[in-house]
Design a binder for this molecule. Structure first.
Ligand code: C2E
Ligand code: MG
Ligand code: MG
Ligand code: MG
Length: 282
């Protein structure tokens, strides 16, 4: 069974791949072909304002549809390649795809909202990330405010000087930065003072029972109030029901994402979502 950092665990296809090492080498071998054969694609999950219920942006999420094995979850394959050069190849493909999508929507006359892209620590720390993003934006004449970079809290531990330099470089090209899965990374909060962060995303693990579990409620409240006093935008992940949303709204959470509003959708469904009046979504 594959280990995937406590995320949505499920057993992957073949019984002979029970051994983690076999699964790892299968992924490392198949993924380069998968890219060439267009088995990878992106879906977009709306980010929604807690107050107005309007869509304020999207997060791009990677999908892999294998012709024989079906859907392979990013929670399964990203951790396997996360500390190899393959994550840079994949990350560059995502950045190119997202900026091309934005350019297409612009050319179709659709309103443009920011898209958040997940970037792994290994890629953040490589000298190629900033020039690559810059090139993607320039080639398509896009405003940098349309791209946000999400880095998991866990990716920042132990690399603090490197991380600070990379984040400052992103700021210099006017890219917003989010800390993803906040609260799960066991890192010192002092980095929030040092790092030029714009957005905190509360991990789904704390949101799940925030309205019923005393400890989770306390953690969500503390994270929201911390974000407020540091003047960071706060996003709650994994909102699935009205009770969670009501609790988060009262606490002053700014933005939410979750199946309650919408799961991630294909690019061609995005325009339909944007046309829906806000009040019919609830
Ligand atoms: P993440 O960045 O924290 O993304 C949120 C995950 O939670 C997504 O899973 C999303 O589909 C799921 N989710 C959203 N709302 C809900 C909800 O209401 N309930 C539940 N149960 N789940 C919800 P997904 O797409 O399977 O992605 C898993 C992780 O894989 C992501 O976590 C991210 O860390 C990584 N990932 C996905 N795409 C990329 C990518 O392009 N690059 C990199 N480096 N990592 C990626
Ligand atoms: Mg994310
Ligand atoms: Mg997250
Ligand atoms: Mg998460």
């Amino acid at each position: 069974q594959a280990k995937n950092n406590g995320r949505n665990t499920f057993s992957l296809f073949l019984p002979q791949m029970e051994k983690e090492a076999q699964l790892h080498s299968w992924i490392e071998n198949e993924l380069p072909n998968a890219m060439q054969q267009h088995q990878l694609y992106l879906q977009y999950q709306p980010k929604v304002c807690c107050v107005t219920n309007n869509i304020v942006g999207f997060e791009a999420l990677l999908r892999w549809q294998h012709p024989e094995h079906g859907f392979v979850s990013p929670g399964e394959f990203i951790p396997v390649i996360e500390n190899t050069n393959l994550i840079i190849t994949v990350g560059e493909w995502v950045l190119s795809e997202v900026t091309q999508q934005l350019a297409n929507w612009r050319d179709e006359g659709l309103p443009l909202l920011p898209i958040a892209v997940n970037i792994s620590g290994y890629h953040l720390h490589s000298p190629t990330l900033i020039p690559y993003i810059d090139q993607c934006l320039r080639q398509r004449s896009l405003n940098p405010e349309l791209i946000e970079i999400e880095i998991t809290e866990g990716a920042l531990t132990g690399n603090s000087d490197e991380s600070i330099n990379a984040m400052r470089a992103l700021k210099e090209i006017h890219i917003k930065l989010a800390i993803d899965d906040f609260g799960t990374g066991y890192s010192s909060l002092s980095y929030l003072k040092k790092f030029p962060v714009d957005i905190l995303k509360i991990d789904r693990a704390f949101v799940r029972e925030c309205y019923s579990n005393k400890e989770d409620a306390a953690i969500c409240k503390a994270i929201i109030s911390l974000a407020k006093s540091l003047e960071l935008q706060i996003v709650a992940e994994g909102v699935e029901n009205q009770a969670q949303l009501a609790f988060l709204g009262v606490q002053g959470c700014d933005v939410y994402q979750g199946f309650y509003f919408s799961k991630a959708v294909d690019a061609d469904k995005v325009s339909a979502l944007l046309m829906e009046p806000a009040d019919t979504a609830l």
